[in-house]
Write a protein that binds this ligand. Structure first.
Ligand code: PMP
Length: 305
């Protein structure tokens, strides 16, 4: 990874290499932590963080869901991220911000009420999550053999570290099988989400994305739905089964890191012509216009540094 200069830890900026914790930190053992993934892009007017407040608010909400009491307000954490991007003096186009909270050292055993809460914001330069070529040509997606855990035993709307064990297993399987990314179904066989992104497909000119019944409430997905509406595209939120994807005209993934990544193949079936489709391309270029500050209609989503 690309190291940066400073990391914000519990209210203080510390040099990158000094942001360390004890090996007996609670979260390392039992997995209760929450994370965010936010991006800053280099616009003509300097760096701008995309939908900052919503990301920070989701961190607070994920923490509430998993019984972690973050001792900072959304406003304080917003301010910390703005200052963090400034202090690190980045130069590239893409900066990824990772705010997170976890349980530190001092308590063992599962009952975590007295475990100290550690709050951290890190940022570093990180380009296209699924590769520049993936953005242009599309990626190959594999439906994972594991499903998302059922809502009766998991909280998929929490961006909880523990949820990423399931994602990690699916991603590993996909890559080891020669694919780029994994798509997870829910326990009923309907599309939930990709290992770290949401799913859209196009059929007969209609843009279809599953409801967030068993997935993160994705901020990029919400942005795409808003954009599509303004472009005059019909957007439908409904359940999707795997065989519908195989005959879709186009498909793409959405996420802060994945941005708008076209899908050219799913489980050995080419999607459409096996390349980035025209609607995907329109959404993708519209999205980059927004995050790079080239679309005045969406200026209100940008926090300039
Ligand atoms: N689902 C999962 C499991 C994710 O990790 C992400 C990335 N945060 C998403 C969906 C997309 O969410 P967002 O658009 O808010 O980044």
């Amino acid at each position: 990874m690309n190291a940066a200069k400073f990391i914000w830890m519990n209210g203080k900026y510390v040099p990158w290499d000094e942001a360390q914790i004890h090996v007996l930190s609670h979260t390392l053992h039992y997995g209760n932590g929450v994370i965010e993934g936010t991006k800053a892009y280099k616009t003509d007017k300097g760096y701008a963080i995309f939908r900052l407040n919503e990301h920070t608010k989701r961190l607070k909400e994920s923490a509430k869901m998993t019984l972690i009491d973050i001792p900072f307000t959304v406003e304080e954490m917003n301010e910390a991220q703005i200052e963090l991007v400034r202090k690190n003096e980045f130069t590239g186009d893409n900066v990824y911000i990772r705010p997170f909270a976890f349980l530190g050292y001092g308590v063992m055993g599962l009952y975590h009420k007295d475990a100290p809460v550690e709050t951290v914001m890190a940022a570093w330069e990180w380009g296209a999550y699924l590769g520049e070529e993936g953005l242009r040509r599309g990626i190959r997606l594999k439906i994972a053999s594991m499903t998302r855990p059922a809502n009766t035993s998991n909280m998929g709307k929490a961006k909880a570290s523990a949820n990423y064990l399931n994602s990690q297993m699916a991603k590993f399987e996909a890559i080891e099988s020669g694919y780029d990314e994994a798509l997870l179904l829910d326990d009923q066989g309907y599309v939930a989400e990709a290992s770290g992104a949401c799913f859209f497909m196009v059929r007969d000119g209609q843009l279809i994305s599953p409801p967030n019944d068993n997935s993160l409430e994705s901020i990029t997905q919400k942005t795409v739905i808003e954009m599509a509406g303004k472009m005059g595209l019909e957007v439908v939120r409904r359940r999707i089964t795997r065989e519908e994807i195989y005959v879709a005209d186009e498909a793409f993934l959405t996420g802060t890191a994945a941005e708008i990544t076209p899908v050219r193949e799913v489980d050995a079936r080419l999607i459409g012509k096996g390349e980035r489709g025209p609607i995907t391309e329109k959404i993708q270029s519209g999205y980059f216009d927004i995050v790079f500050g080239r679309d005045p209609a969406y200026e209100h989503y940008l926090t300039y540094i």
